[in-house]
Structures are given as C-alpha cells and as structure tokens.
Design a protein. Structure first.
Length: 563
C-alpha cells in the first residue's frame, strides 16, 4: 500500500513539474536563495483577463507550493493610462481566483523616492545621462537588427550637467518629450534593448496615488527590477516578450551594486487563446467603441466577464493547471477552457429541462385536463445525490423547434411527420399531423403518445431519439441569453470590423423552463439538458438565464458546415 501511495505521489509531482520549478529547485539546492518570494505585478490600465489568470496561478501557486510568499504589486508608473477602477477590479479578481497577498500589497509608486535616488546614483557613476533627442531621432539613432545604432550627441555630458538637468526635469523646467534620462550601455549591442534605453521620461500628469508630486516617471524595465529587489523577490516570473529585456534587468541591479541575493528573472510563454484577444488595447477599444457592454461583458476573456458569465474560479484554476507552463508561444484551443468549465460544473449542478425556441405539441390521446406526475432525478448518474423533482406531463407541451423537421435531411434522427421520439423521463410521441401558418411556418404538431415505441423512430434499428420538453400548463416563461465566441476567426488579428462574430449573443425571449426552477436564486447554476450549463442572472416572475458553456464543442462542426 505504501509503495502505491509513493508511486501516486511521484506521478503527481512529475505532472506538476515544469522548467520554472526546475530553476527554483536548483536555486534552493545551491543555496542561492533560502526562501521563495514571487510577485504578481499588474499595470492598472485595464481589467485582468484569462491570460493574467495563468500568471496569477503560477506566481501565487509557486509560492504556496514552496512555502513562500507572493506579493501583489501594481506597476503604476504611467499615470496617463491608470485608474483606481482598475486597481480595485484587479484586487477583486485575484481574490476571486482564491489567492491572498495578506499584508503585502505594494505599488511601484511606493518606491518613487528610492527609484529617483537610484537614478542619481547611476548618473554619478557615469551609467546614465540626460538626452535631448526627440522620439523620432531616437528611432533613427537606434539602428536596426543588422546595423548598430549611433551615439546621442548628448551622451558625453558631464556628471554635474546630467545631475542638474535631471533635477530640473523633476522640477518641471522642461516640456514632455524635451528631455529624458537614458542608461549608458552600448549602442552597438545586438540586443536593441541594451542600446541606451530610457530610464525616466517627463509626464506632467496627475498620479492616482501621488497626485502632482512627480513630473517624471520611471520606465517599466527600470522600475521593475529595483522594485523586485526592494521586496526581496527571488524569482521574477515574466512572459516571454521580456526575455530580451532580462540583460537590462540584471544590468541595472549590477550597476547599482545591489547586494545579493538579487532576484532572478524567468520567462514563460503567455497565453494565446483561440477566438479571443488578449491585448488590453484591443479590449479597451471593444469597450470604448461599444462593441460590447463593458469590461464584464460575458463574451470577453476578462475575469470579470467570466465571473459574470457564471464560470467558477475553480474552473479557471483547473484550466491553468491543465495547459501547464511552456517556454514557446502557442495558441491554446478554446475547447481546453470550455472543457475545464464543464468538468468543474458537471458534478455540482442539477439537471433540469428548458425549451428555448418552443414549438407547441398537442398529445391528442392525453386527457384534456389530465396530468401525469413524473419523479425525475436532478442528477441521473446518481439519483440519490441531489434528489428528485416532479415533472407534470400534460396534453399540451413544448419541444425545441430544432427537434422537428418538416422535411428531415439525411442523418436527422429526431421528430418529423410519421416519426416518433421519446420524451425525456416520459413516453413516446408519434407525429401524425402538422399545422402551418399562412407563411408556411410550423406552428403546432399533433401527436399520439404511448408507453412503448411503435417502431417508426429514425435511427439505428428504428430506435427513437430522446428529446427534452416542458409542460405548456406547468412551466415558467423565461428569457435566456446565449453567449458565444466574440470572434469568428480562431486566431483573430484584431480587425473588429471583419472578424467579430455577429451571432455572439442571441436572446431567446420566448423560452419556457420547468416549474422546479420557480425557487431558483440569482447566481444559481443549472444544466439545461441537451443545451448547456446556465446561470440565473435575475430571479422573479420572468427569470433571466445566460449560458455559461455548451455541453460539447459544436463550434468546429458549425464552421465546417458553413465552409
């Protein structure tokens, strides 16, 4: 028994291993660090999305697994784009995911004095200078991947002149873009990030925490490494686009002669999820230009949107665990997220029936005022788990309009003239008459019902299909919102005019749900059999539901039919 438990533990450990954990293991074994300290450093310029969830789970999860700590630190170094609304939403999202930073909530702005002091130290050491080049000139002087850059005409200013100019920048003596502080590294470096990068720029904007005190603000690459070092971060985990920035990260701390142990930057592949965009700029455009109904629109990949859609934090954590941590960028199929949501909800929610696009059925051999009560389990795989609810079969019922075809195509196994189906938890019905309106639309079916099949079903060996239904006299009118993928392309480029899915939201305002849902409360989740998992958005006389996720990935089949 002990051997089997050990093998199971080893299998779990092997599954959860990744190259970042390997780095941490080596660092601890070699005594580079005696503890593990990570951080999650969002910029408060938008709402967090599912890509951030991967970083949150990685940083907080790593700290938890190694008995360490993870800080929450806002990179608030660009006051033009930042807002208190974003600060609050980010904290809510991280807590919702199940993580806590305790008393370690920090801001880069906490360190503005120290960052300024470090900048003056670099100037006095000859490693930084004030440059007068315009942004256009900077690009021209920078060079290319195949050609070295050219040195700024202002590169050899004296230490005294640079200190004076930098202090005057802080005092507000110059306009934005007129001067900026640069690191003095190597304009011929093959790494463009090392060609005298900017450290400070002038921004005459009010900061949400420091107000009007500062007129110059540090660049991210400069502020980030020093902030990590101040907090005692051991492993600074970044996305892959910062790999070429790592030499600058190390250079700043080296030139400041920061005491050991210094933080180690490690990069991992960011999350690219099919049918979504992870660019904050594009998400902001979707919100500002009213393509969606705010940052929490359930069609967006933001955590606020997923929460509003009814996705649970455990489903997000499960998804992040399954996709793992890679070193190479790639696209993750949306089905991975949808499957994690389904797997999370499946053992938790009751199964009920709802008809979204109702088609009336009259069962002619059923008594006019009769009712047949059926005890149906909420959880068919384990009826005792969630109990039973009564369903009342009546003479008039509603079925899904899509479950009937006047002229059934090949491969269609549901109801049609002369065919029969079985009602879920109930009897068989056989269609013998179809009523049409003046436009030729089907408005009513006339059927007979029986306890046993008559052998006129469509399918293998004439086995009747099973469809869901609700009683026309013992059901509740409801509104149901069907959210789908916002983009029609699996790898959208951001062309909002041509790539948006015009069917990303469908409102079914004539739906009916079974009577057992009369007591459903806002926030409750259910599986509508054959239709998907749904959230109660609004309770009341006419409740509102929204679809969390379908029961299976039907998108690829839909797209294949279109093509």
């Amino acid at each position: 028994m002990r051997s089997k438990l050990k093998e199971k533990k080893m299998a779990i450990e092997e599954k959860t291993k990744n190259f970042i954990r390997n780095f941490v293991d080596v660092d601890l074994a070699q005594k580079r660090y005696s503890y593990v300290m990570t951080r999650f450093p969002p910029e408060p310029n938008g709402y967090l999305h599912i890509g951030h969830a991967k970083s949150i789970c990685l940083n907080f999860g790593l700290a938890l697994d190694y008995g360490g700590k993870c800080n929450m630190r806002f990179d608030d170094t660009n006051p033009v784009k930042e807002d208190v609304e974003y600060v609050e939403s980010i904290q809510n999202d991280v807590r919702w995911l199940g993580f806590d930073w305790a008393d370690r909530l920090y801001y880069a702005s906490d360190y503005f004095d120290k960052l300024y002091e470090c900048a003056e130290k670099l100037i006095r050491s000859g490693w930084a200078y004030v440059c007068d080049l315009s942004p256009e000139q900077v690009r021209d002087y920078r060079g290319t991947l195949t050609e070295p850059g050219r040195q700024s005409p202002w590169r050899e200013r004296t230490v005294e002149e640079n200190l004076d100019l930098f202090r005057r920048m802080r005092a507000g003596d110059f306009d934005e873009g007129q001067k900026f502080l640069r690191a003095k590294i190597d304009m011929s470096s093959p790494n463009l990030n090392m060609r005298d990068p900017a450290l400070y720029r002038i921004k005459k904007a009010s900061h949400h925490r420091t107000g009007e005190r500062w007129l110059i603000y540090p660049m991210y690459d400069y502020a980030h490494c020093i902030s990590d070092a101040i907090e005692g971060v051991t492993h600074s985990i970044c996305t892959l686009e910062f790999e070429d920035h790592r030499p600058l990260y190390d250079w700043v701390l080296e030139k400041l002669d920061w005491p050991a142990p210094r933080p180690r930057q490690i990069e991992f592949a960011r999350l690219n999820l099919e049918y979504t965009l992870m660019s904050k700029r594009k998400l902001l455009q979707l919100v500002k230009e009213n393509y969606v109904e705010g940052w929490d629109d359930p069609r967006l990949p933001t955590l606020a949107a997923l929460r509003k859609r009814g996705v649970t934090p455990s489903a997000i954590r499960l998804f992040c665990e399954r996709i793992g941590v890679a070193k190479k960028d790639s696209w993750i199929e949306l089905e991975w997220l949808e499957k994690a949501i389904r797997d999370d909800l499946n053992p938790q929610v009751k199964r009920v029936m709802a008809v979204l696009e109702p088609l009336k059925v009259v069962i002619e051999n059923f008594p006019e005022e009769g009712q047949e009560v059926i005890e149906a389990p909420y959880f068919p795989d384990n009826p005792d788990l969630m109990g039973y609810r009564p369903l009342k079969l009546s003479r008039e019922i509603y079925i899904e309009r899509d479950d009937f075809r006047l002229e059934p195509p090949k491969g269609y196994f549901r109801l049609a003239p002369g065919r029969e189906v079985r009602l879920r938890w109930s009897k068989y019905i056989h269609c013998h008459e179809v009523k049409l309106n003046q436009d030729g639309e089907v408005i009513e079916l006339r059927c007979f019902y029986s306890d046993q099949p008559t052998g006129t079903g469509a399918g293998a060996k004439n086995k009747a299909a099973i469809i869901h239904w609700v009683s026309a006299t013992d059901s509740i009118a409801a509104t149901v919102k069907l959210y789908d993928r916002l983009f029609s392309q699996n790898k959208p480029s951001g062309d909002l005019e041509n790539e948006l899915n015009s069917s990303s939201l469908k409102v079914c305002d004539q739906a009916f749900i079974e009577k057992s849902l009369a007591e459903a409360k806002t926030g409750d989740r259910f599986q509508f059999e054959r239709l998907g998992y749904f959230l109660v958005n609004q309770e009341g006389l006419r409740p509102v539901f929204s679809r969390i996720v379908t029961l299976k990935d039907s998108w690829s089949k839909i797209q294949a039919k279109k093509n």
